[in-house]
Design a protein around this ligand. Structure first.
Ligand SMILES: O=C(O)CCC(=O)C(=O)O
Length: 350
């Protein structure tokens, strides 16, 4: 193992012969439906939940609704306004590339399809939502183990993301210990660019870097993106669209191919919070990459880690590495090179 190149050591996850990730989780096992039957017979699961779990096993996603009132969503939107106004160094946003702390960014970036990374670390209302008890109940029912919210993204507009799978983007220790909750913060129609997904694609084989090894935490332009696009073309299905009322949640499996539709009306907001979850026991430390200023004032990629948790009634979310490392507030004294745009435009991955 010591002699493997670093990128191979990181990309250790093994694939099964059918190209899916090796997973010990009950929902990925061939007897998943029998396990649901057994729990129904024992009375540890009710019929409605059992149906939703079957949906997840078969189609890679399930839906439910949270009790999310307007005051909570208004507080979340207000926190986004405050970040753009105050431009702190310990919260970041992203356009098409790696997140950059607000302090080093540019107000002109507040346009589609930017997103705020880990708003839950800067806003109590977003933290309460990421740690919502109903959300955790579902996630822990599916994992069969205590969960942790790994990171979140707040969107004001649709993401317009190409179809992709989350293990390429979300740095969890075990890529199959990954569930994503997409939460509507307002009613979302076809006009505002809803989330799209391909039911059943969670069972499609992953791209193999070398036999049985998959690629994780890699850019959109990686061979795995091309591989997934080719599979999609071969199957020839239209993605489904998640139009939603405020508080509705689409929860998806790590393998589900999903993205964001192009909005019919580009002016229309599409406010949402995306929360990625893993299991507490496997996720000890969060490693994230950012665009940060180097000594010469230009922006370059830096990896920071966090093992600090934010807790609410026993439910936990990772605090962001930016807050743990406490970057200086560079906005007070911006170096001219930090405001040059090329570095932002050339970054290609989250
Ligand atoms: O909100 C969307 O349109 C998609 C978000 C997404 O793909 C993600 O966060 O992984």
């Amino acid at each position: 193992m010591r002699f493997l190149p670093r990128f191979l050591r990181r990309d250790r996850p093994r694939l099964r012969a059918d190209g899916r990730l090796r997973s010990e989780l009950w929902l990925d096992r061939d007897d998943a439906h029998r396990r649901i039957d057994k729990r129904l017979r024992r009375g540890t699961l009710d019929g409605a939940r059992a149906e939703k779990l079957r949906q997840l096993v078969e189609h890679g996603h399930l839906r439910f609704t949270l009790d999310l009132d307007e005051a909570q969503t208004a507080a979340i939107d207000g926190a986004a306004d405050a970040l753009w106004r105050d431009r702190p160094a310990d919260v970041a946003y992203a356009c098409r590339g790696l997140p950059i702390p607000f302090a080093y960014g540019d107000g002109a970036d507040r346009r589609p399809p930017y997103r705020i990374a880990d708003l839950h670390t800067a806003c109590d209302a977003a933290l309460r939502l990421a740690l919502d008890p109903t959300l955790f109940e579902w996630v822990e029912l599916i994992f069969g183990a205590p969960a942790v919210a790994v990171r979140s993204f707040y969107f004001e507009w649709g993401s317009q993301e190409l179809l992709h799978r989350d293990p390429m983007r979300v740095p969890v220790s075990r890529p199959h210990h990954l569930l994503t909750a997409w939460i509507a913060l307002e009613d979302v129609t076809a006009e505002s660019g809803p989330v799209t997904y391909i039911p059943g694609s969670h069972r499609w084989p992953f791209y193999q870097l070398t036999p049985s090894r998959m690629l994780v935490h890699r850019p959109h332009a990686s061979p795995s993106a091309a591989w997934d696009a080719a599979q999609w073309q071969r199957v020839g299905v239209e993605p489904e669209v998640f139009t939603a009322r405020r508080g509705e949640v689409l929860l998806w499996h790590h393998g589900l191919l999903h993205g964001g539709a192009r909005p019919r009306d580009p002016e229309r907001s599409r406010k949402s919070l995306v929360v990625h979850f893993s299991t507490r026991a496997t996720m000890r430390r969060l490693r994230l990459r950012y665009q940060l200023p180097a000594a010469d004032g230009t922006l370059s990629t830096a990896e920071l880690t966090s093992d600090r948790l934010l807790e609410l009634d026993g439910r936990c979310a990772f605090d962001s590495p930016l807050r743990v490392h406490g970057l200086p507030a560079a906005a007070q004294e911006p170096a001219p090179a930090l405001l040059s745009r090329p570095a932002l435009q050339h970054a290609t991955m989250l």
